[in-house]
Design a protein around this ligand. Structure first.
Ligand code: NAP
Ligand code: MG
Length: 404
């Protein structure tokens, strides 16, 4: 078979630990034999981030803005232990945080559904995609531990010096305080990313906040979404027969559980953080969750939702066998290749990506899987494979699909 040609390079962001090991296997077994792979390579492994004073992360994000599509391997976010382990010059920031700040994006997470891995919520027959606003709120907060009696106020000073003051609380003893913010600009980008993604994937969009309690803060999110829907997206939605639906988060939670899935649930930063873990777990397994960062300009960065699988990596280093699930990382590649195919008008590239996804799903449905999947699969006699053999089993299925 002749290899599929690409015209524009994908931005390839390599990463750390076990996922870095899988990355190489995926390329060698599942991509390079079929595609004349064109990538601009950035090594975001912690050693190279340290060596470049994290410039490589910034460069990779800028390259993503230039080319439009990136695929990213999981990376270590340094903490105290990693400082020692890698003799770091500094506790470098989370690469995902840096990339998100440069692309100003919204993160969409969706589970990969496979027969035999039954969601804990039995009526969820279609995927639920969580769209998490990735700016502000409690993640960029200011906190004070109040030591004793006193008055706390919220003060805004405009550039011309005028002040707005609101009493927060008259403390009669010790307590705690928290200041959070968001910007209209970021909320608007979030809304546009959600509406565009809904149009792109032809799914309904749900949005929920606590606007009944938070009459200015959360209500602003609700109002901005409604305004952008009415002025920019209503017609597109109606044409596609999809729906935009706002409801209070309490109501959303109840409806999500009763639903059959198949929609996007847009959440504020904290809600999205918590709900995406709930949804991922309820669908069965974190290693079956994909993630894509979409910027308001339509730039895409694909990755797996899980981390670098450190525990498996230490086993691998000791020469022990590992059974790490590569599916979410493979889907990061297929998401990116499919998008590149769409943007560059290379249908065979998109078709290959779809086939590779199908091969992953079929391999598991035929009973060949990694250990963590076998623990939750209803398959009676699963064949448990190690990391490399699982990838090779997917390759076999892929070849069957290609030759059929
Ligand atoms: P993790 O890598 O997601 O792994 C946590 C546990 O989940 C693993 O020990 C494993 O459980 C299971 N697991 C996750 N992915 C799996 C897979 N593909 N196949 C099989 N099992 C899988 O989280 P972590 O260990 O807390 O974090 C490790 C590093 O990843 C940290 O340095 C963190 O900063 C980084 N991280 C990066 C990203 C990112 O780049 N997007 C996201 C999260 C975390 P068992 O050990 O029980 O088998
Ligand atoms: Mg979380």
């Amino acid at each position: 078979m002749e290899k599929i040609k690409m015209t524009t390079p994908l931005v390839e962001m390599d990463g750390d630990e076990m996922t870095r090991v899988l990355w190489k296997m995926i390329k060698e077994e599942l991509l390079l034999p079929y595609i004349d792979l064109k990538t601009e390579y950035y090594d975001l492994g912690l050693e190279n981030r340290n060596a470049t004073d994290d410039q490589v992360t910034v460069d990779s994000a800028n390259a993503t803005l230039k080319y439009g599509v990136a695929v990213k391997c999981a990376t270590i976010t340094p903490n105290g232990a990693r400082m020692k382990e890698y003799s770091l010059k500094e506790m470098w920031k989370s690469p995902n945080g840096t990339i998100r700040a440069i692309l100003d994006g919204t993160v969409f997470r969706a589970p990969i559904l496979v027969k035999g891995i039954v969601p804990y919520v039995k009526n969820w027959t279609k995927p639920i995609t969580i769209a998490r606003h990735a700016y502000g709120d409690v993640y960029k907060n200011t906190e004070i531990r109040v030591s004793g009696p006193g008055k706390a106020e919220l003060v805004y000073t405009a550039e011309d010096g005028t002040e707005v003051r609101e009493l927060i609380h008259n403390f009669d003893g010790a307590g705690i305080l928290q200041g959070i913010h968001n910007t209209e600009k970021s909320i608007r980008s979030f809304a546009r990313a959600c509406f565009s993604y809904a149009v792109d994937t032809r799914q309904d969009l749900w949005f929920s906040t606590k606007d009944t309690i938070s009459k200015k803060y959360d209500h602003t999110f609700k109002d901005i979404f409604q305004e952008i829907y009415d002025t920019e997206y209503r017609e597109k939605f109606e044409k596609l027969g999809i729906e935009y639906f706002y409801t209070l988060i309490d109501d959303a939670v109840a409806r999500v559980i009763r639903s059959e899935g198949g929609f996007i649930w847009a959440c504020k930063n904290y809600d999205g953080d918590v709900m995406s873990d709930m949804v991922a777990t309820a669908y069965g397994d974190l290693s079956m969750m994909t993630s894509v960062l979409v910027s308001p300009e339509g730039v895409y960065e694909y990755e797996a939702a899980h981390g670098t699988v450190q525990r498996h990596y230490y086993k691998y280093l000791k020469g022990e066998e590992t059974s790490t699930n590569s599916i979410a990382t493979i889907f990061a590649w297929t998401g990116a290749l499919n998008k590149r195919g769409e943007l560059d008008g290379i249908p065979e590239l998109s078709a290959f990506a779809k086939k590779l996804e199908k091969a992953c799903i079929r391999t598991v449905e035929e009973g060949k899987m990694t250990k963590s999947l076998s623990l939750i699969s209803t398959c009676e006699h699963p064949v448990i494979l190690n990391s490399l053999d699982f990838i090779r089993a997917i390759r076999q299925t892929l070849d069957t699909l290609i030759n059929s």
